[in-house]
Design a protein around this ligand. Structure first.
Ligand code: ATP
Length: 237
């Protein structure tokens, strides 16, 4: 996947402002950055949900806007607050999305791994925040995508859910799936990523493996991140 000098505006405001990065196939890439830095907008541009003002995006060699219909069946998308019809039951939704794909994952096995069995008959609006999150992750991967875009995949999950999703992400990579995730959890980025990009004000300000960014583990990724994204100091008179 390649993003070259991407600019996306909402009205006057450039949410993404000349962002470039490359993602190698079969790796896990984390995009980190402060709230409002432009991570979600970047990922949505790769999914074809945002039209760039300028720049070039290619996902699996395709243009996410012009080739949207060809691209969509090949990617998995987990949106922040993805949502679903309020009355749909969790397993119904999973079965429906699976039915749109040629070779979906085994639903009972996936539901069990994500602990969706007990809430499988619960309408979406009555699921807890963490259950919605688990369902949303399952929906993103059930179609065996070639690239999975995961926007804050473990936010709000209990520690068991977090670890299960981490393991599922590792399993995806072992199966050759490319994973692009955004996260505010530095331990998650450090544990899972082959490559990390730090975004601030719509641009990539640092990139590297967790090992290079942390200078071979002599610093924590959180300290590196905090130093890179520190707001300018205010002058006190
Ligand atoms: N639909 C929208 N309309 C107008 N402005 C938007 C819209 N979506 C995002 N923005 C603005 O664009 C900027 C980038 O937002 P974006 O959601 O891409 O950031 P983010 O890095 O994903 O943030 P967070 O970590 O809080 O999820 C922010 O200033 C945000 O207010």
């Amino acid at each position: 996947m390649e993003i070259d000098n991407l600019v996306v505006r909402y009205g006057e405001k450039a949410a993404v402002d000349g962002l470039s990065l490359t993602v190698t196939g079969g790796t896990v890439t984390s995009v980190l950055g402060p709230n409002g830095a432009g991570k979600t907008t970047t990922v949505e541009s790769c999914e074809g949900f945002r039209r760039p003002e300028s720049g070039r995006v290619r996902v699996l060699g395709l243009d996410p806007i012009a080739d949207h219909d060809e691209l969509m069946p090949r990617i998995g998308v987990m949106l922040q607050e993805g949502g679903a019809w309020s009355g749909v039951r969790a397993l119904e939704m999973l079965r429906y999305v699976a039915s749109l794909h040629t070779h979906p994952l085994d639903i009972p096995a996936l539901a069990e791994r994500l602990d969706l069995g007990t809430c499988g008959r619960t309408p979406y609006r009555r699921l807890s925040g963490g259950q919605k999150q688990r369902l949303s992750f399952a929906l993103a991967i059930v179609g065996r995508p070639e690239i999975a875009f995961l926007d804050e995949p473990t936010t709000g999950l209990d520690p068991h859910g977090r670890r299960e999703i981490w393991q599922l992400i590792r399993d995806l990579r072992d199966d050759g799936v490319t994973v692009v995730l955004t996260t505010h959890a530095m331990d998650e980025a450090e544990q899972l990523s082959d490559q990390v990009h730090v975004v601030s004000a719509g641009k990539v300000i640092a990139s590297g493996t967790p090992d290079t960014l942390t200078e071979h583990g002599t610093k924590s990724l959180e300290d590196v991140y905090l130093a890179l994204t520190a707001p300018p100091r205010r002058e006190h008179k």
